[in-house]
Design a protein. Sequence first.
Length: 260
Amino acid sequence: MSNGTAERGTNGVQSVDRALGILERLARAGELGVTELAQEMGVHKSTAFRLVTTLEDHGLVEQTEERGKYRLGMGILRLAGATTARLDLVQEARPVCRQLATATGETVNIAVLSDASALYVEQVAGSSALQSHNWVGQHIPLHATSNGKVLLSGLPDDELASLLEDLPSYTELTITARDLLTAELEKVRDEGYAVAVDELEVGLTAAAAPIRSAHGDVIASMSVSGSTYRMSGDALDEVIAHLREAAAEVSRRLGWVGLH
């Protein structure tokens, strides 16, 4: 690494550290001016002003009616709310996931939309899932998985369009044609669940159902996955029945009272 690159990296980390310092100071004091922030942090006033302006652009701080004073902005609540919602989701889903894993003997996962992929946030292995891979914290493609299809099915058309532009193939059964995937998502909306058989990995079958917020929005997906050999025919139908009931239970725990 060149000295110039190292210096930029160091300066970048220092800026992040200082920006976090501003947020912490505002959290303690309530309101502070740029001069006060500069003095407390031991930096030039122009540096403090630049950092505060950047934070303001992102809604993390805002000016009070008294010009020159800053306080934490509504963006902080948005970030905190997203974290709280995810924690609530996992907390409410965990016991239901355990029951579903016991009932089906297969691996149960909870996934949420994360940029252009699905992010696993919870997993419970069933009795048939010997040495199951831990997917928590990992991202998977949307179009080639049952979880992904469910998450896509809950998006408005304008958001959905940008996510259907690049559909790489993982197996011979992966849906890569945009019109076919659009039809598949319509089927997911109508039936209330999605299935992916050998689409991400040959020998792997998964079914997923939506988890809804109190407002009815699809905020997560619950899936049951296992060997294609085991999860086929009547066995798959039975898994889907258990799955839909479990996903609806988590939705009810989150405040949803509607019927699919």
